[in-house]
Each structure stands twice: as structure tokens, then as C-alpha cells.
Design a protein around this ligand. Structure first.
Ligand SMILES: Nc1ncnc2c1ncn2[C@@H]1O[C@H](COP(=O)(O)OP(=O)(O)OP(=O)(O)O)[C@@H](O)[C@H]1O
Length: 723
């Protein structure tokens, strides 16, 4: 089925919002039918009205209970039948997303999330009772936020956060948050206690547009495990409260808020790009350009997805509202496979986890799959799943195609019966799109969702890989370069008003061959997958070094310790930690035993652990001032690349070192990209890093430490400089 998209218009608030300023209204296709249309005037000509069609539209007087009963409660049965459910709130800041998802404390004001949990517990108890205790149902929660594109566990105390947040990883095509905690939850009281406490950890702040604005995307995952004998069925409901897009010309945001806002707007921009790409039938969906879209995996997850578009009815939100109407009405065209999670056979979990007998104690930390359940059955079950996986298409989404006789562009209804589509050229919001979307058609697809019905799906079949006729490898490379440059430009424009999306944009994206898409995606996956952990770890190492240079050994120790999980068992890192501990505890001589074995020998040995991460982490040792044992330069010789760079570093910087550093510090992506061995991604990461750190790179050693650079890249860049 398609993603179900419903719109909710919030009521007017306070004295400042007045009826005369209301411009957004709900309408029905036929008298007496429930509303499915949102109407809003054309900002350029108020006599014209745009109409956007949704699966359902909820007007200003809709209560929390009505929304829940109509949109969420019907999917509970499916959840217990093994389908995953995702509900997310989307909209401009201050339009009621948190109100819809979380709501107030009073019973009538409770939002989707507490009502959902209440129903899950009730149904779980009923199932246990009806089966005379043969089936046990347990509920576990995880709750995390994406703040400034970093993932933080909301069930953990903020002091325990590492600056780089939790890492995302991918397994079997699913996005996994590494190290996320899970808590068992026995009843509603248990949940409320956890939820209220966790929400205090969420980053919110007052902005001019909303006194309690969410500055992060919050994701609550509720895993329901039903166990009958050795049969286990897991399904997950994810409730996501996205942060709202905001037009910073209206917010008066200070620097911190602006940084947050840029991250929010960028991720929402990427989401809109994903929605456009899927609805256009593009081969390449830019999920990986933001953590939020990676986690949301819109259109990739099986099960049921409901998008709640929150709207403010007033004129002051006019352009922003149009923008979000445009994006969300396209989301309707995304199809998701409605497939139940498989029952797996395994040892029944200990009875203490069931609803009827939950201890409420914390579970051991372990990776958790997002938007999907992780099944951990026996080998047979795994084999079966693997077998199935082989038959699966690469992407688990498919695109609903409009019947050919249905116009793709929207109609505008006006009192003067104007039918020609109009362009919205003055949109200022980041998500603004000029091309009227199909959602503007007065469509009649307000059909109720079908539940728990494993459907056949029309999915993109396994991607063919033949090289397009007539394209040479060089041309392919050129296309990849061009596409990457376009994406970079799009990213840098993410916080600025969006350029108009034209028909030629679409046809242009179409002319990117499948081969190019495939290679670009593979490249991205490799870079993200392999480098995510490494860059996070290296960032921590760099922070440790900076702390050490400042003389803040305590902070340095903490950073080194935080970096340890990224370089498990790394002898040199362990050595640093031990020496710092010794130093801090007043032991004057470093512990000799902690001195790591000679690096060169280790590096030259083709040991399995001798991976890139190891090299990079090793490089961190360059300026250890407190080591008792002098470094043996000769011992380092065998590492060719290292020697080369070391020589450059001896004495005052050479002209080419200066030249290289000047290019790097220019923060000009074009110049940096042109360096030998530095591609578009590295250039972008480097500039982002410099912006984040607000500092300049002063030596090759420092440059090597920049996440994603590494010794070899620096060497190649240096080689390419004209001395
Ligand atoms: N349906 C509603 N009924 C009553 N009050 C509402 C409703 N929707 C929103 N509000 C109120 O509007 C204000 C803004 O809502 P909320 O904080 O939920 O917006 P938001 O979209 O989550 O904003 P942000 O993206 O900035 O976090 C709050 O005071 C909230 O209580």
C-alpha cells in the first residue's frame, strides 16, 4: 500500500492568532463525506485557490482521541499480526507535531504515543489472557533523537553522551543504531515514567515561532515480542516527531539556534528530495545524505507508514505551509510493501520480560534495527530469510504510477474557475518546490488502509548493471563527478530557499544512467559504511589531542576513552589511556608496560586487525610529548607513505606544504576537490569539519587527523602540489 498521508490543521492559539487570518481550510470532495482536501490561496493571486488531496484531513476542532481512533488504532491489529508500523509527524515549526505525537499531560490531551502504548499494553494483556498464558507479550522501548545530524540515546543520561553520538550502520539493508539502549516496559505507568524522564533529555528551546520548539527529531521505537512456546514474533511500531522546518528570517534565531536550524532544514530538505525522487521513479534515492532519512528509510521499510502533516491555519505561515503541502502530497505516491515479519523459532525469552511478569530492569545494550525488527532465530530461520533475501529486489519500495489519463500537475480551483496550474515562484521555505505536485489534483484516493494483508508488490526489480550503450568508462566517471557536484550544490543550498524544480530537472535526473546510479550508490554506501565509525572515532582522537595540547589531561583522557570503542583493543590507544591515567593520578613515570609495541612492525604485518582504522588511530601518536621513550625514526622507515610525510614535516613547512594548507584553509570546495586524491566527498567533509571546528589546519599532522583524510590522502595531495 502507499504511505498514508493525513493532514491535521491546528486550532488558533492565543489572542494573536485571529479568524480573519485563517487561510487554510479542510474540504470534502462530496458533501457529507469526511474532508480529504486542504485548500489554501495562491500567494500571488488570492482569487485562486490551490487544493491538495490527502487520505484524510482533520480540521481545527479534531480532538486527540478522534485522530488516534481514526488513524492509529486501526493499525494495532496489524502490529500484533507481525507488521511494522511507522507513524511520523511532519510540518513547519509550531504547527502541532509534538502536540500530536506526545500531547499534553491531561487525559484528553494525550497524544498518539501514550495512547498507542496504552493500547499495546491492553491488547498484549488480552492476548495473554485469551491464550491462558500460553502466549506472552513483552514490550521494549528505545528512544533517541537526531540532533545536529548526530544520534543520541534519550534513555541514557545526557552526561554519558559522546560528542559524536551513536553510529549508524547497515545490516541486511537495514539501518541500525549502534549501542542504542532498550528498556523493558511492563505497563503504561512504567512507560510514562520513562518517557517523561527521557523527554527531559530531548533538546528543545524557545524560538520566536514556538515557545517549546523541538530542536531535534525524536524517534520512539516500541518492540512487541509475542512468544508462544518456541515461536517468537517480533514487530515494531516507530513513532517519530520530526523537528519543524523554519524560515530563519522569521525566527530571530541566535547562533546556536541557527546551527540547529540549518541541520533541521538540511535533513528535511533531504527528506523532500527522497520523496521527490521516489515519486518521480528515480533510480537513486538520496537517503544517505542525512541520518534522519537513513533512519526513516521512507518507502524502504515493510509494513505500514502513516505521515501526519501538521498545518497552522494562519496567513503568517503561508509559504511554509504551501511548501510542506507540496512535499507531503507527493509522499502519497510512495508504496511500501505490506509484509508481516516472519515468526522465528528460538529459545523463549526469560519470562521476566513478558508483560505479565516484567522486572522493568534495564537490558544489556545491543544494536537495534530501525524501523524493522531484528529476528534472531535459529540457523534454519536465518537460512530461510537469506534465501528470501536473494529473491528480493534491491530496493524495497516501488512507485505508484498515476494512470496515464490522470494529469500529473495540480488543478487550481478558483471562484473564476481558473484551471491552468500556477507556479509559486516566491516560495522562501527550504522545502519549497515550484512544480505543482500531483497532490494538488482533486484525487479521490481517500480509501481506508488495508490491514494485515500480505500483498504482492510491484517493486523495482533487481537493478540491471550493464553499461549503457555508447558510454565509455570516462563518460561514466564524468557523469558521476557531475552528479556529485550537483548534490553538493543541493546540499549547500539546503538552508537557502530552494531553487525551482523544473521539468528539465526531472528529465535530467532521468538521463543519469542506471550504471551511474548504481555506482554512485555503491560508492556512498562504502564511504558511509566504512568511514562513519572511523571518522567518529578519529574526531574523538582529534579532540583528545586538542585537549592535551591545551593541557587539559582529564578531558583528553575522557576523549581517548570515548574513542576506544571505535578502535577496540588498539594497543597504542590503550597505552595513551593508561599513561594519562597514571599522569593524572600523580605517577610520574609512565607505565612502561603500557607502551605499545613498535608500530612499524605491526603495520607491516598483514594481520587481520591491521586495518585502516588502526593506521589512522596510530597516526594520532605523532606529538606525544610525555612519552618517556624516544621514538625511533628508523623503525618507522618501512612505511613509505609515512616517511614521505614525515620528511615534509621536519623543519619549517615547505612551500608545497604551505600551498596545500592554504588550499585546505580556503574552505573552497572547488579548490579542495581539485587536489590530488581528494574527491568531492572528502572535500565536503573537510570543509564541514573546518566549519564545525572553527579553526585552521596548521600542519600536515593535523590534516592527517581530519576525519576521512588519512595519511595516504595527504601524501597524494602533497604530491600533486607544484613545489
Ligand atoms: N491540535 C491542537 N490543539 C491545541 N493546541 C495545539 C494543537 N496543536 C498544537 N497546539 C499548540 O501549539 C503550540 C505548538 O505546537 P507544537 O509544539 O506541538 O509544535 P511543533 O510542530 O512540534 O513545533 P516544533 O517543530 O517547533 O517543535 C503548542 O503550544 C501546542 O500545545
Amino acid at each position: 500500500m502507499s504511505v498514508r498521508v493525513v493532514a491535521r490543521i491546528r486550532p488558533l492559539l492565543g489572542d494573536k492568532e485571529m479568524e480573519k487570518d485563517v487561510i487554510v481550510t479542510a474540504a470534502s470532495t462530496e458533501e457529507g463525506r469526511a474532508p480529504t482536501i486542504v485548500k489554501i490561496p495562491n500567494p500571488k493571486n488570492e482569487a485562486e485557490e490551490f487544493s491538495f488531496a490527502f487520505n484524510s484531513v482533520y480540521d481545527r476542532d479534531t480532538t486527540q482521541e478522534q485522530l488516534f481512533t481514526a488513524e492509529v488504532a486501526p493499525h494495532l491489529k496489524a502490529l500484533f499480526q507481525g507488521l511494522d508500523v511507522t507513524i511520523f509527524a511532519y510540518g513547519v515549526t509550531g504547527t502541532g507535531k509534538t502536540h500530536t505525537m506526545r500531547g499534553g499531560l491531561k487525559l484528553a490531551e494525550r497524544g498518539v504515543i501514550p495512547r498507542l502504548l496504552s493500547n499495546v499494553f491492553r491488547r498484549g494483556k488480552k492476548i495473554a489472557k485469551d491464550s491462558d498464558g500460553e502466549t506472552t507479550v513483552s514490550v521494549t522501548l528505545s528512544y533517541y533523537e537526531i540532533y545536529n545530524d548526530k544520534v543520541f540515546d534519550l534513555l541514557e543520561a545526557p552526561e554519558t553522551r559522546t560528542p559524536s553520538g551513536l553510529r549508524l550502520s547497515e545490516k541486511d539493508g537495514k539501518t541500525i543504531v549502534m549501542g542504542l539502549s532498550e528498556r523493558a516496559c511492563m505497563d503504561l505507568k512504567d512507560f510514562e515514567q520513562l518517557y517523561i524522564e527521557a523527554n527531559n533529555n530531548r533538546v528543545t528551546a524557545a524560538t520566536k515561532l514556538n515557545a517549546h520548539s523541538s530542536r531535534s527529531h525524536a524517534i520512539l521505537r516500541v518492540k512487541v515480542t509475542q512468544t508462544t512456546g518456541d515461536m517468537v514474533r517480533e514487530s515494531t511500531v516507530s513513532a517519530i516527531d520530526l523537528a519543524g522546518s523554519e524560515d530563519n528570517r522569521r525566527t530571530d534565531n541566535d547562533k546556536t539556534r541557527l546551527v540547529e536550524s540549518a541541520a533541521i532544514n538540511k535533513s528535511l530538505f533531504v527528506l523532500s528530495q527522497c520523496i521527490n525522487a521516489i515519486s518521480n521513479g528515480d533510480k537513486r534515492i538520496p537517503y544517505r545524505e542525512s541520518k534522519m532519512t537513513r533512519i526513516l528509510s521512507l518507502g524502504q521499510n515493510n509494513g505500514i507508514t502513516i505521515m501526519i502533516l501538521n498545518l497552522a491555519p494562519m496567513r503568517s505561515y503561508h509559504l511554509d505551509t504551501l511548501s510542506s503541502l507540496n512535499v507531503s502530497s507527493r509522499a502519497k505516491r510512495i508504496e511500501v510493501r505490506e509484509i508481516e515479519n516472519e515468526v522465528v523459532f528460538k529459545m523463549a525469552p526469560p519470562p521476566s520480560r513478558s508483560i505479565s511478569n516484567l522486572s522493568g530492569t534495564r537490558q544489556a545494550l545491543r544494536p537495534l534495527a530501525n524501523a524493522h525488527n531484528v529476528t534472531t532465530g535459529l540457523a534454519a530461520a536465518k537460512e530461510k530469510a537469506a534465501e528470501k533475501e536473494k529473491d528480493k529486489p534491491v530496493k524495497a519500495f516501488s512507485v505508484y504510477k498515476e494512470p496515464s489519463n490522470k494529469p500529473l500537475i495540480g488543478s487550481i480551483t478558483t471562484s473564476a474557475n481558473i484551471t491552468a496550474p500556477r507556479r509559486i515562484s516566491s516560495m522562501s521555505a527550504p522545502l519549497a518546490k515550484k512544480r505543482p505536485s500531483d497532490g494538488m489534483v482533486l484525487a479521490t484516493d481517500a480509501r481506508p488502509s488495508k490491514l494485515a494483508r500480505p500483498t504482492t508488490h510491484v517493486a523495482l526489480s533487481s537493478r540491471p548493471t550493464p553499461q549503457p550503450a555508447g558510454l565509455t568508462p570516462e563518460q561514466i566517471e564524468e557523469m558521476i563527478e557531475r552528479k556529485v557536484a550537483e548534490r553538493l550544490a543541493a546540499l549547500s543550498a539546503a538552508t537557502a530557499p530552494a531553487p525551482p524544480a523544473t521539468e528539465s530537472d526531472h528529465s535530467h535526473s532521468k538521463d543519469i544512467s542506471e550504471e551511474v546510479s548504481r555506482r554512485l550508490e555503491a560508492l556512498e554506501r562504502r564511504i558511509d559504511g566504512e568511514q562513519d565509525a572511523r571518522s567518529d572515532g578519529l574526531r574523538l582522537l582529534l579532540q583528545a589531542r586538542q585537549a592535551k595540547q591545551r593541557g587539559d589531561d582529564q578531558a583528553a583522557l575522557e576523549f581517548y576513552e570515548s574513542a576506544l570503542p571505535y578502535f577496540p583493543g588498539q594497543a597504542k590507544l590503550l597505552g595513551k589511556i593508561e599513561r594519562l591515567k597514571a599522569k593524572l593520578s600523580g605517577v610520574s613515570e609512565p607505565v612502561v608496560g603500557a607502551r605499545p609495541v613498535k608500530r612499524v612492525l605491526k603495520k607491516r604485518e598483514p594481520e587481520p586487525s591491521d586495518d585502516e582504522s588502526y593506521h589512522e588511530a596510530d597516526a594520532d601518536e605523532e606529538d606525544e610529548g610525555y612519552m618517556s621513550r624516544p621514538r625511533k625514526a628508523a623503525a618507522r622507515r618501512p612505511l613509505k607513505q609515512k616517511v614521505f610525510v614525515d620528511e615534509e614535516e621536519q623543519g619549517p613547512p615547505t612551500p608545497r606544504t604551505e600551498q596545500l594548507l592554504a588550499v585546505v584553509n580556503s574552505r573552497d570546495i572547488g579548490q579542495i576537490k581539485a587536489l590530488h586524491g581528494v574527491g568531492a566527498k572528502k572535500a565536503r567533509d573537510l570543509v564541514e569539519f573546518l566549519e564545525d571546528e572553527g579553526r585552521e589546519i596548521q600542519s600536515l599532522g593535523q590534516l592527517r587527523m581530519v576525519p576521512g583524510m588519512g595519511g595516504r590522502a595527504v601524501e597524494r595531495a602533497l604530491e600533486g602540489m607544484i613545489a
